[in-house]
Design a protein around this ligand. Structure first.
Ligand code: CTP
Length: 481
């Protein structure tokens, strides 16, 4: 068919290799098309699809580019750098949403190379992914052609970021255990690029201790998780396990791609996390429900930006992130001592749920066990614990930036503003301990917040605790820029 200019189309598709991959032809076939300035009839469908996916308006009758469909988003690629994401599509019902992620990434001028697991091919076809990315979608580790054209190591190394959408329980388990038995898992083991995963699965599978352990392992190794979200699932159940919306996945990826690596290099950050526990005797103690998820995520986010991080944490199930100095403590007084010993620091983030009171000495028997005596109930008296945040805020070696958290049961904004002033910190991240639906933020994977800096405030919507940690780290980075 005529009326089109083959060279223009090849340029718009991203080069000769892109057309070769799209049509499954060799270099000589493309030379022929160029010589005749004509594409075969069978190319019309995939070429039109691929051009549209890259943001062009196309007249299919003449196979002609008539304009730009998607205006490129402002801001992200102001530097002119073009980045490449290796998109691994896992085998789940949410696989089709990976196509939208691919399209939206290209709207942002990001090159996308698609890789699909065998089970992903049960949900979407490699052809649809190839049509959207304008490149061959890779599926097979042992395909000789692929190995000759693009070895899996090269595929893994050429990406600026590896993104898994959806990350299934099975794929997460294989990667957490270092199993490389297909192209996707081999790439995930071989890549040196940052890895982000957007998990999606049935809520019971998500909550299973095996999945949660693998999830924690992956985070500890530096994988950034996007979601999962809460809501109704395709399987008819409700709970945590829904894939995060494609636009939010793309926002997280763009932030990660254009994050300034090492922006906090040379800075020392002190982070408190988890609960403190206060002994009644050597068996019993007073505790609270803090999981340490938020504090640990903040420590990981600051470390990922190059800060030297000291994480002082009460007893939690979370593993400390890689690359932080972890100091395990139990009581508020231990936590304060560990924090003061860690000074000087440039940044202090007090995310721990510190017990406000401990049992008054004399009442408690730290070395023994209170005996039950018939008719006599022990009367525990409490005394106040030191306030670590307030102490650091007024310390002679005060960190330049001190950030507090506030857990409020009522009057969030007014109480948070009063707390900011009372504690003497620079910023406060305040959250309601219970959500509108009555569920608790303690031990949950997501959080919303009111962010206060001086007399300004912002509402941060419900998001994964890891995303909230990134948002706070963005602020810290900007503060020190
Ligand atoms: N905090 C602290 N030391 C304490 C108590 C709290 O460092 N002994 C810190 C927390 O880490 C958090 C902030 O102070 O950053 C607010 O904690 P929160 O429990 O919300 O406030 P409280 O001071 O305990 O006041 P209240 O419980 O009355 O709201």
């Amino acid at each position: 068919m005529k009326n089109h200019d083959v060279q223009t189309i090849i340029t718009a598709l991203g080069g000769r290799a892109a057309l070769q991959a799209l049509l499954g032809v060799g270099a000589s076939a493309v030379s022929n098309y160029l010589a005749r300035n004509e594409l075969p009839q069978r190319a019309v469908g995939p070429v039109c699809e691929a051009l549209r996916a890259r943001g062009y308006r196309v007249d299919p009758a003449r196979l002609e580019i008539t304009g730009q469909q998607f205006p490129a988003a402002e801001g992200y690629h102001a530097s002119g750098d073009s980045k490449r994401v290796l998109l691994i599509v896992g085998g789940g019902i949410a696989a089709y949403k990976a196509l939208e992620v691919a399209r939206r990434l290209q709207d942002q001028n990001i090159g996308v190379t698609g890789v699909m697991t065998r089970s992903a091919c049960e949900f979407i076809t490699p052809l649809s992914l190839a049509a959207l990315t304008g490149e061959k979608a890779y599926t097979d580790l042992f395909s000789l052609t692929d190995e000759a054209e693009m070895g899996h190591i090269r595929l893994a190394r050429e990406a600026d970021l590896v993104l898994v959408v959806p990350a299934t329980a099975n794929l997460m388990a294989r990667v957490a255990n270092g199993i490389a038995d297909d192209l996707a898992s081999t790439i995930l083991l071989a890549t040196t690029a940052p890895v982000m995963m957007a998990p999606a699965m049935n809520p019971v599978m998500w909550g299973h201790v095996a999945t949660q352990t693998n999830h924690a392992t992956l985070i500890r190794r530096g994988v950034e998780m996007i979601g999962p979200d809460d809501g109704n699932m395709a399987c008819g159940e409700e709970g945590t396990g829904r894939l995060t919306q494609p636009e939010d996945i793309v926002t997280a990826v763009m932030a990660r791609l254009f994050r300034q690596e090492g922006a906090l290099a040379g800075r020392h950050a002190l982070v408190t996390s988890g609960p403190t526990i206060e002994p009644i005797d050597s068996v019993r103690y007073i505790a609270n429900r803090s999981s340490g998820k938020q504090g640990h995520a903040i420590a990981a986010a600051l470390a990922a930006r190059g800060a030297k991080v000291t994480l002082v944490s009460g007893p939690v199930d979370q593993q400390p992130p890689a690359d932080v100095t972890h100091i395990a403590v139990e009581t508020a007084r231990d936590m304060l001592a560990a924090c003061e010993a860690a000074l000087p620091a440039d940044i202090a983030v007090c995310a721990a749920a510190v017990a406000d009171w401990r049992v008054k000495p004399g009442n408690s028997q730290p070395a023994g066990k209170l005996k039950k005596q018939e008719g006599a109930v022990p009367q525990l008296q409490l005394v106040e614990n030191p306030d670590i945040l307030a102490t650091l805020s007024r310390h002679s070696h005060r960190p330049r930036l001190v950030v507090g958290f506030a857990a409020e049961a009522e009057n969030l904004q007014a109480n948070a503003a009063a707390k900011l002033a009372r504690k003497g910190c620079d910023w406060l991240v305040a959250n309601a301990v219970t959500r509108a639906d009555g569920s608790s933020v303690f031990n949950s994977d997501s959080n919303s917040a009111l962010f206060l800096a001086g007399n300004k405030h912002e509402h941060w919507p419900e998001m994964p605790k890891s995303a909230l940690a990134e948002r706070l780290a963005d602020r810290v980075e900007a503060h020190f820029a």
